[in-house]
Design a protein. Structure first.
Length: 249
């Protein structure tokens, strides 16, 4: 059965092929501000953010994007109110449980990146089951960055390299950029071509600091719960107009 694509997704597909856009990373910002603007609790913004993620995953998959990495929960987010953190953890568990079958049927592969040791045994099992069930899918790779912090990621990579040097299995002169890249959570994935931040803030927020060295940035004032096909298309249109020089000239 052939799926009818919207005109927006058809254009996304054309631009993805034209620009060789493979990997999009997103900082999904603005859930709480969206809720506040509507006089709703923060939980309502987070719930609507799930719908935005579903729309974006579908558009990226149908548009031929190979990898989508989204910033779901940072290492700093534990400092929020306990009630909000508890709600986010339960929302994450429910979302994966409710959407896993559909993601599997859509040929989406899931991967969770970050320090997962801080999560409950129940949540870690949910993560493991989602990765295991979708590991042979060949469509979009959906990477969910959770309890993720780029400085923490780089620190852990450096510690691993130091241990290898101490053990004599790696010489200092053998350390290259690739040595570091291969010890990051994203070691098997191409670096992001495009980084999108919603909500209008002009900062990186400790996200993929090593990986986005030559990514193109796109910031939109749209809060994450309102993000959809049109917004993704606008970002990719902007990307298509950029000249990527990778520091060469």
């Amino acid at each position: 059965m052939t799926t009818m694509l919207s005109s927006q997704v058809q254009e996304i597909s054309e631009l993805v092929q034209k620009t060789n856009l493979k990997h999009i990373a997103i900082i999904m910002d603005g859930n709480r501000r969206w809720a506040k603007s509507k006089f709703l609790p923060s939980a309502a913004g987070h719930s609507q953010g799930v719908n935005a993620l579903k729309r974006t995953v579908t558009a990226a998959q149908d548009g031929g994007v190979k990898t989508l990495t989204v910033y779901a929960f940072s290492t700093e987010n534990w400092n929020r109110k306990k009630e909000e953190v508890d709600f986010l953890m339960e929302l994450l568990a429910q979302t994966i449980a409710n959407e896993l079958s559909e993601l599997f049927e859509k040929n989406v592969r899931m991967k969770f990146i970050g320090d997962l040791t801080r999560f409950s045994e129940r949540l870690r099992k949910i993560f493991d089951d989602a990765e295991e069930k979708t590991k042979n899918n060949t469509g979009l790779l959906l990477q969910i960055a959770i309890n993720y912090g780029a400085r923490d990621e780089i620190k852990n990579a450096v510690k691993q390299i130091a241990k290898e040097v101490q053990a004599g299995t790696l010489l200092p002169d053998e350390i290259t950029e690739d040595t570091i890249s291969q010890r990051l959570y994203t070691k098997d994935v191409e670096e992001p071509d495009l980084l999108i931040r919603t909500g209008g803030e002009m900062r990186i927020s400790n996200y993929l600091l090593w990986q986005i060295a030559y990514s193109e940035f796109y910031v939109t004032d749209t809060f994450w719960p309102d993000f959809g096909e049109d917004d993704l298309l606008s970002a990719i249109r902007a990307f298509a107009k950029r000249e990527r020089r990778f520091g060469k000239n």
